[in-house]
Design a protein around this ligand. Structure first.
Ligand code: WT7
Length: 651
């Protein structure tokens, strides 16, 4: 199939059936089996989820599977459990006890391996250390860490004692960190002296100190990673190795209520203020466990590598919780994909024998650009399954991924989900679902996803509409921390009776979902979710800016790129130096991921008579009139533009 042109594949809307050898060993090995499972889940959803939940350990069984009072769901009501027990203790009685849980590789090339037994010991020690520091069940802990084993240990220790964690991506600025510490009311920050990225040190501890000029916490627990310099605040700072090393490796995990908060994770919405998405214990663990098992079809001999940072939900569900609950071996890599060279990922896959690889389209497009010679240098024959997540994958990138990385032999699972959904919602089952490049295919059994019109009625085949979920699912968010009204309005206020995801989509004649992108003012830059308003607020907080409007424009590498239209204050010269200053300002306010690709100065911004900025016009200006990408994407963009208008008009 490698000779097929992208045009012929698209024209024929070619199906790629799973290889027979794969299906023969898979948990779900045919579409008939998928349909049967999906039908059973739809007919008796509570029974379906209860059966999955029963595979995990519960200290006390639930009394009711679900209490649903739209928009509020409670799952496994009355049940008591502990996610850390399901990730660790559960495996200690059998042969997984001495199996590798974590294969860690630092950017400089240092490696560490933890077996389940060892990881359990470290987590117990950390749990005791947290207890010693006065952290109790219900206290929030902020984690601002590089991708190192201590980050996983910290998350699991928090989960173990019932202290909800809020992980802040290490690429966020001190300012963004301060906002998240404030909003979550964290009592403790766990960080490191720094982390390695492209051969340089990310000054995590310095950023924490800067953030704590604005908000106070009781203690800062500091992991020694780089050995670099930073200032020690003796009244507040505690070395991780000192606190954890002396702690006892015995820790009895408390049985937590199924609805006990497990973590919050901040993500961008349509306003300038990120939302703390709150997930709870019982439902989240069932969702992460089930989807990892189904979508990645994990077996004991697998080596699973999800390249996401733990600062994103993908890192929560598919670096930490999902794979560990399944007793898998997980690869964790600290640094950049092109350090020291553009083949680092392929080198890692070959050396650790990775069998299942899960990454983002933006990374795949970068690899494509860097050239086929880099993967060609390494033996990638251990791979048996590939995954994609975070943004729509264009068919060219899909085909390249399949051919060059997967050797035309590995199924690809294009997984659609969100921070809010906690776990994968729409995805092929690798042994069952014939795939189409660019489609996330069908909802997982148990997930009532659909495409509907604004009034909630289903769209016809190939008609663009809004992506919704019609029934609650265990790993759904429970609230926006501190703002339940915003939760209700954002997710249940638009389309009657449904959870609305914010995405536009269509279903084709085979019932396959094609995600078209956000219809709200959220943009997706290199797989990172940003609100245009958030970047605008960052810009207008600069003393030289009178007004700013931010839009996304299609970008071949990042999916979308940020274009900012800025009106400087009177008397300020709009020049390159100002543009540089503003870019740097956004980096300081939010982080490098929000740096505008382009800043265009304008004397005034186009507005409607009621004073609303005409974003549609700006989007057109930012995109230019030149056609980009393939025709499928162009068509989708036109439909999406219409959907976005109809969504926003009525607001
Ligand atoms: C938004 C959620 C949950 C994974 C990481 C992103 C977009 C996510 C896909 C996909 C097309 C996708 C959607 C969604 N998205 N996966 N497979 N195909 N679009 O999580 O930051 O909460 O963003 O990412 O627009 O709403 P997130």
């Amino acid at each position: 199939m490698s000779g097929d042109s992208i045009e012929s594949v698209l024209q024929e809307s070619r199906l790629f059936p799973p290889p027979a050898s794969f299906s023969a060993q898979a948990r779900v090995g045919s579409m008939a089996a998928y349909e049967a499972l999906a039908a059973r889940a739809a007919a008796e959803p509570e029974r379906f989820w209860a059966e999955i939940a029963s595979e995990l350990t519960w200290a006390e069984p639930w009394k009711r599977v679900l209490e649903w009072d739209l928009p509020d769901a409670k799952w496994f009501v009355g049940g008591r459990t502990n996610v850390s027990v399901n990730c660790l203790d559960r495996h200690l009685a059998g042969p997984r006890r001495n199996k590798a849980a974590l294969l860690f590789e630092g950017e400089p090339g240092d490696t560490r391996v933890y077996t389940y037994h060892q990881l359990h010991r470290e987590v117990c020690k950390a749990a005791n250390a947290l207890d010693e520091l006065g952290i109790r069940a219900g206290d929030f802990v902020a984690i601002y860490m590089p991708m190192i084993p201590e980050a996983v240990i910290a998350m699991l220790a928090c989960a173990r004692i019932g202290a909800p964690h809020t992980v802040v991506f290490g690429g966020f600025s001190a300012e963004a960190l301060a906002d998240r510490i404030k909003d979550s009311r964290a009592r403790l920050v766990i960080t490191a002296d720094g982390g390695w990225r492209r051969g340089a040190i990310v000054p995590l501890k310095d950023n924490v100190d800067k953030a704590l000029e604005e908000v106070d916490v009781e203690k800062v627990l500091v992991v020694r990673r780089t050995g670099g310099d930073f200032s020690w605040k003796s009244h507040r700072d505690v070395w991780w190795h000192e606190a954890v090393d002396k702690a006892s490796p015995v820790h009895e995990a408390p049985a937590l209520d199924a609805e006990h908060p497990l973590f919050s994770l901040y993500t961008s919405g349509t306003t300038g203020k990120p939302k703390g998405i709150l997930h709870t214990t019982g439902g989240y663990q069932v969702g992460a466990y089930y989807t990892t098992r189904m979508v990645f079809d994990l077996r004991d001999e697998d080596v699973f590598w999800c390249t996401a940072d733990i600062g994103w939900v993908t890192g929560h569900s598919y670096v930490v919780y999902g794979p560990l609950m399944n007793g898998a071996t997980v690869v964790m890599y600290e640094g950049a994909p092109n350090q020291p060279g553009p083949d680092r990922f392929w080198d890692i896959i070959a050396r650790w024998g990775v069998t299942v690889f899960y990454t983002a389209p933006t990374a795949i497009r970068a690899f494509m650009r860097w050239g086929d010679e880099h993967p060609a240098k390494h033996d990638l024959s251990s791979l048996r399954l590939l995954g994609s997540v975070g943004e729509p994958i264009n068919p060219e990138a899909w085909m390249w991924y399949r051919r060059v990385i997967g050797g035309d032999r590995c199924p690809i699972v294009d997984t659609w989900w969100q921070t809010e959904t906690g776990a994968i919602m729409i995805s092929p089952l690798p042994g069952a679902t014939p795939t189409k490049p660019g489609s996330a295919t069908r909802p997982l059994p148990g997930i009532a996803a659909d495409v509907v019109k604004k009034d909630g009625t289903p769209c016809k085949a190939n008609e663009g509409g809004f992506l919704v979920v019609k029934r609650p699912w265990p790993s759904m968010l429970r609230t926006i921390f501190g703002d339940h009204e915003r939760y209700t309005k954002t997710y249940f206020g638009d389309i009657p009776g449904c959870y609305f995801a914010g995405d536009g989509a269509r279903k084709d004649e085979d019932g396959y979902f094609w995600i078209m992108g956000r219809v709200d003012d959220v943009i997706n830059v290199a797989g990172h979710r940003l609100s245009t308003m958030e970047v605008e607020s960052a810009l207008v907080s600069h003393p030289k800016v009178a007004e700013a409007a931010v839009v996304g424009r299609p970008d071949e590498l990042k999916g979308q790129a940020i274009v900012a239209f800025v009106t400087p204050k009177g008397g300020i010269t709009a020049d390159d130096a100002l543009a540089r200053e503003l870019r740097q300002h956004v980096v300081e306010q939010i982080g490098a991921l929000a740096r505008p690709e382009e800043i265009r100065f304008a004397d005034a911004l186009p507005k409607t008579r009621s004073g609303k900025i005409m974003r549609r016009l700006l989007r057109e200006v930012a995109s230019g009139s030149t056609a980009r990408g393939d025709t499928t994407t162009l068509e989708d963009n036109a439909v999406l533009e219409k959907l976005a208008q109809s969504y926003q008009q009525e607001e």
